[in-house]
Design a protein around this ligand. Structure first.
Ligand code: FMN
Ligand code: CDP
Length: 136
């Protein structure tokens, strides 16, 4: 099935959980990000990013979202180090509250999206059947 999401209010992405490199936990826990997540997304995320490999169709659909609808998380300096910013968009992940996060610097291509959520999703969702409803 091929459909364009232009003009629709919700965008559905599907995929499977994949292992990352264990760095998400470190970044998400930083106070400089945490305060912005609470202010701008309305939740305190679980420490980590859930990496989801999305289908080719989902990659194309995601490409069509207008970036101007994304929420900006600003970078900051802390302990003599500079941390990059990121763009977020709120989403429901297998029914749980969350958001997609696109760091300004990422090791992943367009086929891997990083999810944050107040919920620890692993153990709570079917990892082979992830459904992300992006809230535009
Ligand atoms: C909120 C956030 C901030 C990030 N800031 C940086 C950064 O300042 N420098 C950097 O090299 N990578 C940064 N990254 C990207 C990570 O290095 C990496 O690409 C990714 O988050 C790894 O996730 P994983 O551990 O789930 O595989 C950031 C990631 C997130 C989620
Ligand atoms: N909301 C979330 C975020 C991360 N996670 C998981 O929490 C662990 C730590 O996240 P991480 O980003 O540091 O690690 P990796 O995704 O790189 O393995 C990973 O196993 C993630 O898949 C989760 O279950 N629910």
């Amino acid at each position: 099935m091929s459909k364009t999401n232009k003009g629709s209010e919700k965008l559905n992405l599907t995929g499977k959980v994949v292992e990352g490199c264990g760095e998400g936990r470190y970044y998400i826990s930083l106070e400089g990000y945490q305060s912005q997540f609470i202010d701008k997304l309305g939740f305190k995320p679980y420490a980590g990013t859930l990496n989801v490999k999305i289908t080719d169709e989902s990659v194309k659909a995601l490409d069509e979202i207008n970036v101007s609808s994304y929420i900006r998380i600003n970078g900051f300096d802390h302990s003599g180090k500079s941390f990059f910013g990121a763009y977020c968009v709120k989403a429901e992940v297998n029914g749980y509250e969350g958001a997609l996060i696109f760091p300004d610097k990422s090791r992943y291509g367009k086929d891997i999206v990083e999810v944050i959520s107040p919920k620890k999703l692993r153990g709570s969702i079917n990892e082979d059947d992830v459904e992300i409803k992006v809230k535009l």
